[in-house]
Design a protein around this ligand. Structure first.
Ligand code: ATP
Ligand code: MG
Length: 319
């Protein structure tokens, strides 16, 4: 191998007229977490399905663990794990029974399947919950069980398709910890997400995908620099207040404020989030400026898109 656990070149996948992948390129270094960041319908799941050999590519070329996904699908499958966008565990069974069942699906034999289930429950911090029915699990526990199930054979490459979508912040943090533990153990992870924050927290490299194509490939810091980091945001009640608020914000923060006249919004980059928030709020109050809302915003996928493409992420049309 050449230091890359996953390589895709000019991947194509069509569904009728729709080009789900349209010349998609990707290179994932061994032993890293690589984020595939993109909005609904961008082609993330399609890419993961092709790389994990669940569907066939229409054009281009891809290797996983040095093996060609089109010509050596069986060999690829022996080296990967996959956690899909929708949970695959059985609600009726306990966590332990689920893992044992997956173990037997992978031909481990009863005794080794039981042993592996116990190990995995421990690794994913589910030992206490292991003998409870999955129906009673929280979203975060369920996702961790999903991760555990995809780790039965300790794969070289693990695909995680939106592992934390729909989870509350605490559960999300738990899943992140599990992913970090996996990578510390030597697994390479390709993780799809719609959250810049998630890619930032976990990944050393991020590919941004839009309409089936990679539109950026960078480090998290590179992407964040592109959008200018955290921002403070003030929403005014009346348009006539905008210029006053711009002056206050300019005085208190380091960066140049921008005003959005239609949304009655003034925003500016900040270095120290909490200090900036406190100072802006106090100064506005001292000056008697009434505002609708004031808050801090971390850069989002939307901000990245705006910078890269000049437009916001679009909700996928029904057509
Ligand atoms: N089996 C299919 N038949 C027809 N169209 C499909 C099929 N699978 C995906 N598509 C279309 O291909 C495009 C890419 O879909 P994909 O599921 O890969 O996006 P995604 O990035 O995973 O989105 P999400 O964030 O919503 O999961 C979308 O326009 C989708 O509607
Ligand atoms: Mg998807």
């Amino acid at each position: 191998m050449d230091g890359y656990a996953v390589r895709a070149e000019a991947l194509e996948k069509r569904y009728g007229e729709k080009r789900a992948l349209d010349g998609f390129d990707l290179a994932v270094r061994e032993g890293t977490v690589h984020g595939l960041l993109g909005p609904n319908g961008a082609g993330k799941t399609t890419a993961v399905r092709i790389l994990s050999t669940l569907i066939r590519l229409d054009g281009g070329r891809a290797t996983v663990a040095g093996l060609d996904v089109a010509r050596q699908p069986r060999e690829v499958r022996a080296r990967i794990g996959l956690t899909g966008q929708y949970a695959a565990v059985d609600e009726v069974l306990t966590g332990r029974q689920n893992l044992e069942m997956f173990g037997r699906l992978f031909h481990l034999g009863g005794k080794r399947a039981r042993l592996r289930a116990t190990e995995l429950l421990e690794q994913f911090d589910l030992t206490d919950a292991g003998d409870r029915g999955v129906a009673k699990y929280s979203g975060g526990m369920r996702r961790r069980l999903d991760l555990a199930a995809s780790m039965i054979l300790a794969p070289a490459v693990l695909f995680l398709d939106e592992p934390t979508t729909g989870l509350d912040p605490r559960s999300r943090g738990e899943v992140w910890d599990s992913v970090r533990a996996l990578v510390a153990g030597g697994t390479t992870v390709l993780l799809t997400t719609q959250y810049l924050e998630e890619a930032d927290k976990l990944a050393s490299h991020i590919t941004v995908i839009d309409q089936g194509r990679a539109i950026a490939d960078d480090t998290p810091d590179g992407l964040k620099n592109l959008v200018g980091g955290d921002r403070i945001e003030v929403v005014v009640t009346e348009r006539s207040e905008i210029q006053r608020v711009v002056k206050v914000v300019a005085r208190v923060t380091d960066g140049e404020p921008e005003a959005d006249e239609t949304e009655l919004r003034v925003h500016a980059p900040v270095a120290d989030r909490v200090t900036a928030l406190t100072e802006v709020a106090r100064t506005l109050q001292d000056e008697g400026v009434r505002v609708e809302d004031i808050g801090l915003r971390r850069p989002s996928l939307d901000d990245v898109f705006l910078r890269l493409t000049g437009h916001r992420t679009e909700k996928e049309s029904a057509a």
